[in-house]
Write a protein that binds this ligand. Structure first.
Ligand code: AMP
Length: 417
């Protein structure tokens, strides 16, 4: 056993997966930057107050927060998500609206580690501040769909719901409390505790004991005020026009307390039952105000990188990229020529590697083979005196002797570039 291993719920992202992660973020950036979203990088820890606003009744805040006092006596927390940070940044910097930003990076939640559930996990996401238009809700959802399509991920299901406006939600929560209180005896102990804290979260219970009471619970739909109902209808209409498949799921309340009106969640058919959620989001029309800013509507989503890649694995989509180099230089004269040739090749846009430690021709050829390079450049004493190199195409073993000055062109030609 090594002396140290990664902490529970954290992992090393090893090659070639780390490259896949970077491509994932780059693909996301391509999709959202094409729609006018700008990159933002909030800090990884903040005053805990920023996250407490997310909802004091949510587990993310009450049980799962990595919070601590720093050496200056400040109460800080590692961010459990980035929406609150983006809203805090909006209030702090007051950019003009609509403010459309995207982010990528790790979040931290003290959860029970499982396959697909980590204590440090990555998300990519977007947020838009300053727009109430339901057409924006459609655009936001469409961008997530477009991104999944760009990854080649097919088995994605979209569920949407509306949580209404402030008053609507409160009336619904009161009705839920009354409903579940009247059936208290049926509920599991855990769910009774949840009911105390947050009746909405009872709807998330997956325990079979709670299923009947949940099935009989009132639906949010009955509590939507006229504005929220019209907004929800417009979102559904827009999604249909955009050709985006969805189901309306009355029970979709999502983890964070700040959601108003539209909420949505993407699940992957390819994942195990317990962790099928690969992304979600919604409107949070009161959050900026709670953080001390002017009344500003907001909407966004966060997509879980770790879990989306697991979903890709299940479908064989978005395969890890190959880390192969294009060319490998074998130098039997000590290595200085390999250094020169590698530098020239790399500058010419050819990925090139070499062997070290003055190893034998045979050992270097073995390394060349292992590198997966399509072309091997060979320099020995004879080539050095003749001012030439040997360019060997690995696929068929054919070799050409070319002038050293032609090295880059000859390698590119052999690679078919
Ligand atoms: P949330 O911020 O809770 O709405 O989560 C958005 C997405 O982030 C989820 O759909 C998951 O894909 C992902 N996610 C949330 N928590 C975790 C976790 N502990 N480990 C891995 N992925 C997570």
């Amino acid at each position: 056993m090594p002396s140290f291993q990664t902490s529970p719920g954290t992992r090393d992202i090893l090659p070639p997966q780390a490259t896949r992660w970077r491509r994932f973020v780059q693909t996301f950036a391509d999709v959202v930057e094409a729609a006018g979203y700008d990159h933002i990088i909030p800090p990884m820890f903040e005053d805990i107050g920023v996250f407490l606003r997310v909802g004091e009744a949510t587990e993310i805040v009450t049980k799962e927060m990595y919070d601590f006092e720093d050496k200056g006596g400040r109460r800080v927390a590692l961010r459990p998500e980035q929406t609150a940070s983006v809203c805090r940044a909006f209030v702090e910097h007051r950019p003009t609206t609509p403010w459309k930003v995207w982010y990528a990076g790790p979040n931290f939640r003290y959860e029970k580690p499982q396959h697909g559930r980590y204590r440090q996990f990555d998300q990519v996401g977007i947020e838009v501040l300053g727009v109430v238009d339901p057409q924006l809700d459609v655009e936001v959802i469409a961008l997530a769909s477009e991104f999944y399509a760009r990854l080649g991920l097919q088995g994605v299901r979209l569920a949407i719901n509306s949580l209404g406006d402030d008053g609507d939600r409160e009336r619904y929560v009161a009705a839920l409390r009354e409903h579940f209180t009247s059936r208290l005896a049926e509920l599991s102990d855990e769910t009774r505790a949840t009911l105390e804290r947050n009746p909405l979260r009872v709807l998330d219970s997956k325990r079979s004991q709670d299923a009947a009471a949940i099935a009989a619970a009132p639906s949010m739909r009955e509590f939507l005020g006229p504005d929220a109902a019209a907004h929800f209808a417009a979102v559904q209409d827009g999604l249909r026009r955009a050709g985006i498949d969805f189901v309306v799921d009355d029970r979709l309340v999502r983890g964070l307390d700040y959601y108003r009106r539209t909420t949505f969640e993407f699940t992957a058919r390819g994942l195990d039952a317990a962790h099928t959620a690969i992304g979600g989001g919604g409107r949070y029309d009161g959050l900026v105000e709670q953080l001390g800013g002017p009344a500003t509507p907001g909407i966004g989503f966060a997509l879980g990188l770790d879990r989306t890649l697991l979903a890709c694995d299940a479908e064989g989509a978005f395969a890890p990229p190959s880390s192969r180099v294009d060319a490998f230089v074998v130098d039997t004269t000590g290595g200085l020529h390999a250094a020169e040739l590698c530098t020239a090749l790399r500058r010419a846009g050819v990925r090139a590697d070499r062997a070290w430690d003055g190893r034998s021709m045979k050992a270097q050829m073995k390394s060349a083979d292992r590198s997966g390079a399509g072309v091997v450049v060979i320099v020995g004493d004879d080539e050095v005196s003749a001012g030439t190199i040997i360019v060997r195409t690995m696929e068929n073993g054919s070799q050409r002797v070319v002038a050293r000055t032609e090295a880059c062109d000859a390698v590119r030609a052999a690679l078919g570039h």
